[in-house]
Every structure is written in C-alpha cells, then in structure tokens.
Write a protein that binds this ligand. Sequence first.
Ligand code: SAM
Length: 260
Amino acid sequence: MFLFLNKMRAVCPKAARAMGYLDEATGIEGRFRRVGAAWKEHIEHCHKIIQQGMANCSGHRTVAVLGAGLIHDVPLKELSERFQKVLLVDICHPVASRKQYSHYPNVEEYVADVTESIELLYKLPNPEQPFHCPIPHLLRDREDLDLTISINLFSQLPCMPMNFLKKWGYGRPWMEDFAHKVMQRHVDWLRLLPGIKVLITDIERQMLDQTNRIIERLDLTYGVSLPLADTEWIWKLAPIPEVSREYHYFRKVVGYSNLP
Ligand SMILES: C[S@@+](CC[C@H](N)C(=O)[O-])C[C@H]1O[C@@H](n2cnc3c(N)ncnc32)[C@H](O)[C@@H]1O
C-alpha cells in the first residue's frame, strides 16, 4: 500500500511510466538500501569530479544535474550553497528524491526527457526506417547555465526504450542504431550547452568471479567514442549476492570535469 501511494505521488509522465522508468527508480532505491555501502568509492569519485567541475566555473548562477534520480551520487548541499539555482533534471522523480532536496530552497525538480525522443518512441516509430533522433533543445537557451552535470545517465539513455521496443518486436539492428544515435546526440547536445559540462558515465559492464577475476566484459557505449577521461574507476554496482551468488557485476566508469 505504501509503495503504491509512493508510486502515485511520483512525478513521471505517462510514456515514461509505460517504459518502466518509475519501476527502475524503485529498483535503484532498493539496491542502494541493500548494497549502497559498496558504492562508497564510486560516490566519492563522482563528488570529486563534480567539485573539479565547480572549480572550473567562472559564474555560479544555475547548475543542472541531468539524471539526478535519487541524488545518491551528487553533493547536493555543496551545489545548493555554491549556486543560485540547482535544477534536478530527470524524466522521473520518485518521492524519495523529493525528501532529499525539499529543505534546500534553491533546488528545483525539473521533469524532462533529456533525449526528447521518449514521446516519439512511445508512439512506436516505423521499424522499417531508421529513427530520426533529435539533438535536444532542452536548456540550450538558458544563458544562466554555468554548470551541467550528466551523472550516470549516458549509458542508461537507450535501456528503457530498448526494453519497451523489444516487446513490440523491434529488431536488434534497429535498436542498436537508435542506441548509438541517442548516446551520440547526448554528447553533441552537452557540447552545445553554455558553461562547464561534467560527464560521468559507466562505459563497461564487468562480470567477476568470487576471486575478483574478470570473466566477461561488455562495452556499453554502442560505438560512441568518448575523449580521454580525466579519471576512471570501478563502481561495485552489484557485488555478490545482489544479482548472482557466483558473480559480481561491476562497472567501469569514466569522469570528465569539463567535457572537451
Ligand atoms: C542510474 S540513474 C543515475 C543515478 C542517480 N543520479 C542516483 O543517484 O540515483 C539514471 C537516471 O537517469 C534517468 N534517465 C534515464 N533516461 C532519461 C531521460 N531520457 N531523460 C531524463 N532522465 C533520464 C533515470 O530516470 C534515472 O534517474
């Protein structure tokens, strides 16, 4: 009943709900409760890169946090103290995230699809033709934007749409073409925004055995080439037994304090 009420109160547009974004947020919330202690180093790395990005800023008017989600990985207090306005941008804002920022008067929830594609995909575009994936217009006219932080979002962009489209019989080549485009457009779009751009994203899924030997690697970039990162690290996303009793599932993450 409590979960049901929380779901009703979450801010998540119809198309995004249908694609499972709210369920995904609930899943992340549960995972953080179970294995969040293992994320400590990852969160520290995220904060450090964001702090470097803040140090690169010449003004401190507005900061936009893209993929803010449950705000586990963002130094919200610091951002709120340093900037006049903090925009938490996400396609889905669960109740739990609201509880975290409600006492910061200059922090605002901003419901937006950073790909500007979700509504188009929800209408099921022609699977016989490649998808026209736009470069988003979002925030491009915000002259007061001094910092944008894309936080653990880039690799997630195609995931929920692909799960949704799979059910409607879209083939692998169509979806991989879409995944490449949506991720490439994200980087292209970030580069068009004013101010400093911080990008933090996982780029590889790693499966490790109980002795921490890597058994399998899966590239998550769909062929999008990223410049040399400032830093890279391992996110212990799902240590044994979170997903499996035999294998850890970790992520290789890269961070840019000012995306070139
Ligand atoms: C892995 S989570 C990022 C972690 C998050 N910062 C946290 O601390 O929980 C990815 C976030 O990106 C959001 N997201 C995914 N696709 C999006 C889109 N097209 N537009 C806006 N937000 C999106 C998800 O709703 C989710 O909150």
